[in-house]
Design a protein around this ligand. Structure first.
Ligand SMILES: Cc1cc2nc3c(=O)[nH]c(=O)nc-3n(C[C@H](O)[C@H](O)[C@H](O)COP(=O)(O)O)c2cc1C
Length: 157
């Protein structure tokens, strides 16, 4: 069983990702796991010194771009390239299939960057389509079950 806190990093323009992250935090609490919600504008590389379990919850804006509140953190990761080989993570990407060529591009950018820095992707990224007729928070909470199962199965050595 996971005993350490889970940090949920939130990249959003309009607040949907924050709402989804809140619902995931409640689901974690209900399972006795401590969540920390971190808006990306407050995220810092020093987090990785003490925290090892992360969920990225990011929408997409512009044309496949990450939300404005996450640009500084993304750039710090890309430029300073911390070693994330002891980090385990997953990504919840919010998007809209109307933008088919850049669907969920923001979440995909974070997912790829974490993997590139050596972090372990516990399960495939969730991609939610705003036009798909499902609620992102419901899909995210269901996805979280699989993510937790994988986290429990793949404990660090
Ligand atoms: C101006 C604008 C541009 C967008 N561009 C994309 C895009 O390129 N790809 C995509 O999948 N979704 C795109 N979306 C959809 C949003 O990512 C989606 O609606 C998401 O749920 C918004 O979450 P947020 O409120 O947390 O920002 C765009 C939305 C807006 C308003």
């Amino acid at each position: 069983m996971i005993t350490e806190p889970v940090l949920i990093l939130v990249a959003t323009m309009g607040g949907t990702a924050t709402f989804v992250a809140d619902e995931m935090a409640d689901a974690l609490k209900a399972k006795g796991i401590k969540p920390f919600l971190v808006p990306m504008e407050k995220a810092a590389l020093a987090m990785f010194d003490t925290r090892k379990l992360f969920i990225i919850c990011s929408s997409t804006h512009g044309n496949g771009d990450i939300p404005d509140n996450s640009v500084a953190f993304f750039d710090a990761l890309r430029d300073q390239r911390p070693d994330l080989s002891d980090v385990r993570y997953g990504t919840v990407a919010l998007g809209d299939m109307t933008y088919s060529a850049s669907f969920c591009g923001g979440g995909a950018q974070f997912d790829d960057l974490f993997a590139d820095l050596g972090a372990t992707r516990l399960v495939d990224r969730l991609e939610h389509d705003r036009q798909g007729g499902t609620f992102p928070e419901e899909e995210a909470v269901a996805w979280l079950d699989g993510w937790l199962e994988a986290a429990n199965a793949h404990q660090p050595a």
